[in-house]
Design a protein around this ligand. Structure first.
Ligand code: AMP
Ligand code: GLY
Length: 423
């Protein structure tokens, strides 16, 4: 089978690494890909939201399966685009249709879904430019900190957590009236603050049944001790040590099952990954957010623990027979540490040569913002490379990641030295 992966991050390199191991995969394309995917697949330089260009590529190479990495093409309706086209409708697309992708595309839509299906989550109200004053009044009824979320996609930056009421009001106005996050903040969801520890839960569904994948914990802040600005993710660990068997059962019963049932009841067509951001409040799980794709860098620790052939799983999803598949998980822990360009998540330089990759032993470097330039590999983004390792414990795995990072170099290379510090 010929397969296409859309995207260019560490997540997509990990998908390529896993798919390339499948005997069912004869030829693999990644668009646009990076220096990591270039080693195991054919990169094609196109934009993941350029559906017409994707169509040309799919027809030209008889591509039978498309695995969508990031959320943008899903929220813009790539799956529907394929279904609506006579030449493309037979292609298996892994990712939900547009109506279901709204679970990530609109925070308000997600909150309404959660409440409609009685899934535990924070109390909320949403506001737009016509009722800013009501937003102020609602903030006055809450205790700090105040959680403000831009309704639409804002590249992971649309959530503000503020300690001060006046600041919260000012930011609400900034978002709604001054379009701080563009159209994404033309609506704002104000939420009750939940105090607890977060984890990410991953579910595969064909729209009828579901399979749970290993949990992971992502380290989002740039600074050690979880300080400083939010990033796409600086490292991850799987499994999550504090997610006991009992807690996982609560997640499955109270969150996963009603989510899958809710998709069915609401006629939201879903064939793909559901990423549920969960917060553990006391001993109870509550939903922070839905994403309609895998996480990055969570993929870099979840897929390495998946023993089952992922192409077989994807085929089963596409044919709505996921219930026939056994998911086998590696019992070892996996960890990843993200190497980033100095300055990220604010301004940073690109084009720096990355050296030392040939000295890595017993870790897997998943390339992210890195590309091939001549005979060199150079940085092309903020998050450059995720160094993944296995271990009998996460401590053992993380040690291997750090030992290998010592061998790597690029100008202004930065990373967090405390992944797992809080566990
Ligand atoms: P989101 O994009 O909805 O995942 O929010 C980004 C981050 O903000 C989350 O990972 C949490 O750390 C934090 N967050 C979001 N909603 C809440 C909430 N209701 N209470 C506490 N923290 C939150
Ligand atoms: N690491 C968080 C995300 O992928 O959204």
């Amino acid at each position: 089978m010929t397969i296409l992966i859309l995207g260019s991050g560490g997540r997509e390199h990990t998908f390529a690494w896993k798919i390339a191991q499948s005997p069912l995969c004869d030829k693999l394309f990644v668009a646009p890909g990076n220096s990591g995917t270039a080693q195991i697949a054919t990169n094609v330089n196109l934009k993941v939201t350029d559906f017409e260009a994707i169509k040309v590529l799919v027809i030209q190479h008889n591509i039978e399966m498309v695995v969508v990495g990031p959320e943008d093409p899903l929220v813009q309706g790539i799956h529907d685009f394929f279904l609506d086209d006579n030449l493309l409708k037979g292609v298996a697309v892994i990712g939900p249709q547009k109506a279901a992708a709204e679970l990530e595309g609109s925070k308000e839509f997600a909150k309404e879904f959660l409440f409609r299906h009685h899934i535990p989550t924070a109390a909320y109200k949403s506001f737009d430019a016509t009722n800013v004053e009501e937003g102020y009044r609602f903030l006055e009824t809450l205790k700090p900190p105040y959680v403000l979320k831009a309704d639409g996609l804002a590249a992971g930056k649309g959530v503000l957590i503020l300690n001060n009421l006046d600041e919260a009001k000012a930011e609400l106005k900034n978002m709604l009236v001054e379009a701080k996050f563009g159209v994404a903040s033309s609506k704002v969801v104000i939420e009750e603050f939940l105090d607890g520890i977060e984890l990410s839960c991953f579910v595969l569904t064909d729209g009828k049944s579901y399979k749970m994948l290993p949990t992971a914990k992502d380290y989002k802040r740039i600074g050690e001790g979880d300080t400083g600005l939010n990033t796409g993710g600086m490292g991850a660990i799987s499994p999550v040590p504090f997610a006991s068997e009992e807690f996982l059962h609560k997640i499955e019963d109270r969150i996963v099952k009603p989510t899958i049932e809710g998709l069915k009841k609401d006629n939201l067509p879903y064939k793909g990954f559901v990423f549920i951001g969960i917060i553990k409040v006391g001993n109870d799980p509550k939903v922070i957010e839905y994403n309609v794709r895998m996480g990055d860098p969570e993929t870099e620790v979840v897929l390495p623990r998946l023993k089952t052939d992922i192409v077989e799983i994807f085929k089963a999803i596409s044919e709505e027979r996921l219930n026939e598949i056994e998911i086998e998980i590696d019992q070892r822990a996996a960890t990843t540490v993200m190497l980033v360009s100095g300055g990220y998540p604010e301004a940073y330089e690109k084009g720096k040569e990355i050296t030392g990759l040939e000295h890595i032993v017993d870790s897997i470097p998943f390339h992210a913002g890195a590309i091939v330039k001549g005979d060199k590999i150079v940085t092309s983004g903020g998050r450059v490379m995720a160094i993944t390792s296995y271990g009998n414990t996460y401590q053992e795995a993380i040690k291997k990641s750090y030992q290998n990072i010592e061998k790597l170099y690029f100008d202004k290379m930065d990373y967090r030295k405390d992944i797992g510090f809080d566990l």
